[in-house]
Design a protein around this ligand. Structure first.
Ligand code: PRX
Length: 683
């Protein structure tokens, strides 16, 4: 049903690209020429305040958040106007746009389908290069309405019910998420690289009644049997009653369905959507839109709940301002829909703005390291938003792969998910962006809903410094707690002082944990879990996680999750997992394992294989440790606490006594010496 021709692309882009002024510029009154911003905020400019710079505008958003957010909330279509902009604070819990009612799919699809039915909404870039499909806003609306009907009639999904997704990044995932929102259901997208166990635990926690999957997926030339993984997961997830299967390329011969539980979407589209009744459920602004699971330092992954009005406005507004969205842009965020970046900047941010978004199914190096750049040339992408781990990987293959392709369509480059090192930033800027494009390092989290620290918006003469997100976005007031000052800069725990609309509302089923994790240590502020540095000019740089969460190839992982998986082995007595610096992945996983008496004589290679298999089965492929070091003991304090600080140094190969620091408080300091020796033998 999609358009397969370049014609559709021409519709989104070229004809409109000659009108490249921001769409809102013309609405600013001549009395208030606001030329200091590339993406002005006319709603505020019209208020007749003396706002003459980015700093003024930012200060206004901090000092008068209710006026600021009320003004920009007009960018959403409200079914019923809200009464109160912000209610409550971090101590009591925060509600946004109280009393307002809206529907996300109407905001992301209907209003654009009405005005620009032929504009491309989604470009589906399949695993095989050159196999792209275009879905216009008109087509997307038709699809969303039909999917919503299937969810209601076949899946018996009602307002507030949870629907799990185990799908690759593509139009089915995007349209189904919008279909959930159309009927007031809550989606919970699980990254289709997670194991059956991880999927089952997430579906159980969310109490999902329906799961949507595909028979197979393709990624990097490999075939992934998603339906088989869902079948395995469902053995332990009795809450799920219906499985909707999207047969890849319409081929329904690859998997057998289990009746009456399973249905092919293709069959349902042919039969049950003959008489579609389009029911739009307008929900309260604070009703949940989705649950997304993310790792923490302790316990099982947390299901963060994002609400409808606040989240959507924040995704929409950050997308517009951080990326300087203009009519005709083709936004290329290569994140998977299974992560928050996919939610906010593949799906909701671009579509709420009526933009054209890319749904990328492949990897940066399939079929070769020129994949991104060939795609930029073919699809005329104006933006590329990716993770530093991909930049570091591609940098290694050399600039020739980039320079082979025309990148003149690119205007903005963005990085997200982990600290970007100088070398990667410079290469991105100089080679990929030909020093023409603005590079934006963007810091944010699953919890924050959208970008919080980023070099833009800023004035034309404001500097953009390499490898740091630099500035706070509108409405975000970062503060450093427990900070120490040195050499003109300050370093501490990164907290945020006041509520903003994108912040998650709770942890699904566990509001007490939400308070405990984010608002207790540095009450009354929000604690991000990250450390940061504020330099003498007030610019921000992130130093990394301060807790036991690590960041492997841009994937967030709790070391406790990996330990729990390995502890399941009958012969492990104790495990300690830490991250260590890895040239490409950002952080690698290093596991220290103490075996039980009965396990000490076992074949270590076999044992290592079994432990790695457990990590893959319980979590995902990216959770497999790079190193497993078997040892007789771990460095512990006299009270029995493992000293991870020392393990992190040993894993990083920083083994000289000065680097290891004070070990005198250990119950048995000699364990360090033998661990260092064992680590050296691993090299
Ligand atoms: O440690 C920070 C790191 O990623 C964490 C959030 O991970 P997640 O919830 O999976 O969301 C990733 C995509 C938004 C943060 O606590 N992080 C994210 N962006 C940056 C970053 N670290 C440094 N610089 C960034 N730009």
């Amino acid at each position: 049903m999609w358009k397969h021709s370049q014609q559709a692309l021409a519709l989104v882009g070229r004809s409109q690209r000659c009108l490249l002024l921001p769409s809102s510029v013309s609405t600013i009154s001549s009395k208030h020429p606001r030329t200091f911003l590339s993406t002005p905020i006319p709603e505020v400019a019209q208020m007749d305040l003396s706002i003459n710079s980015y700093a003024d505008l930012y200060n206004f958003s901090i000092e008068k958040p209710d006026i600021f957010w009320k003004a920009v909330s007009g960018r959403l279509d409200w079914h019923q106007k809200f009464i109160t902009t912000i209610q409550g604070d971090f101590t009591t819990g925060v509600n946004w746009f109280v009393g307002g009612k809206l529907n996300v799919s109407v905001n992301c699809v209907d209003r654009h389908a009405k005005n620009h039915p032929d504009r491309v909404a989604i470009i589906y870039e399949k695993d095989e290069p050159g196999h792209h499909e275009f879905i216009t806003y008109g087509q997307l609306k038709e699809l969303v309405v039909k999917y919503a009907h299937i969810l209601r009639t076949v899946g018996n999904v009602k307002k507030g019910d949870r629907v799990a997704f185990y799908l690759p990044c593509g139009p089915t995932a995007c349209a189904m998420a919008l279909a959930c929102s159309r009927i007031g259901a809550v989606h919970s997208i699980v990254f289709a690289g997670f194991s059956a166990d991880a999927l089952a635990s997430r579906m159980n926690d969310a109490g999902a009644t329906v799961v949507i999957t595909t028979d197979i997926a393709r990624r990097g030339g490999k075939t992934l049997k998603l339906k088989k993984i869902v079948d395995d997961a469902l053995e332990h997830a009795p809450c799920v009653k219906t499985v909707l299967v999207d047969a890849r390329d319409g081929d329904t011969s690859r998997v057998k369905l289990q009746h009456p539980r399973d249905h092919f979407l293709q069959d349902l589209m042919n039969t049950s959507t003959k008489n579609v009744n389009d029911v739009i459920e307008y929900v309260d602004s604070n009703d949940p839109l989705f649950i997304l699971y993310t790792s923490g330092s302790t316990g099982k992954p947390k299901g963060l709940v994002h609400t409808t009005g606040g989240y959507l406005l924040y995704a929409m507004f950050t997308y517009k301002n951080v990326f300087d969205h203009r009519d005709g842009d083709i936004f290329g965020c290569v994140a998977d829909i299974g992560w928050i970046t996919g939610h906010s900047y593949v799906l909701y941010g671009p579509l709420a703005n009526g933009g054209t978004t890319l749904a990328f199914e492949s990897t940066p190096i399939y079929p070769n390291p020129g994949r991104y750049w060939e795609m930029v040339q073919r699809l005329q992408l104006t933006h590329l938003y990716c993770a530093p781990t991909a930049i570091r990987l591609l940098l290694r293959f050399g600039s020739e792969w980039v320079q082979k392709y025309d990148r003149s369509s690119l205007r903005v480059l963005g990085s997200v998910g982990e600290p970007i090192n100088h070398e990667a930033w410079q290469w991105f800027h100089e080679v990929v962006g030909e020093k023409r494009c603005v590079v934006r390092d963007t810091w944010w989290q699953t919890e924050t809903g959208g970008i919080c620290l980023t070099p833009r918006p800023s004035g034309p003469t404001d500097p953009v410094l390499p490898a740091m997100p630099m500035r706070a976005f509108y409405g975000i007031k970062p503060v450093l707690m427990n900070s120490a000052k040195s050499e003109g800069q300050e370093e501490g725990a990164l907290c945020i002082e006041k509520p903003w609309p994108g912040l998650a509302q709770s942890i699904w089923g566990d509001p007490a944990r939400f308070k405990e994790v984010y608002f207790k240590e540095f009450a009354p502020y929000y604690f991000s879990g990250d450390g940061a540095i504020k330099n003498a000019d007030g610019y921000w740089r992130i130093t990394g996680r301060m807790d036991d969460v690590i960041n492997v190839t841009g994937h967030r992982l709790g070391t406790a999750e990996v330990e729990d998986a390995m502890d399941e082995h009958e012969f492990t007595s104790e495990t300690a997992v830490v991250g260590y610096p890895h040239e490409i992945k950002g952080e690698g996983i290093f596991a220290f394992v103490v075996l039980k008496e009965g396990g000490k004589d076992l074949d270590r290679q076999k044992m290592e294989k079994e432990l790695k298999k457990l990590c893959k089965e319980r979590i995902a492929g990216y959770a497999i440790p790079d190193y497993i070091l078997f040892h007789d003991g771990l460095p512990k304090t006299r009270s029995g606490k493992i000293m991870r600080r020392i393990l992190r140094k040993i894993a990083a190969g920083e083994t000289s006594p000065e680097k290891l620091g004070d070990i005198s408080t250990l119950a048995d300091p000699s364990v360090v010496k033998s661990l260092v020796k064992a680590r050296e033998s691993l090299k």
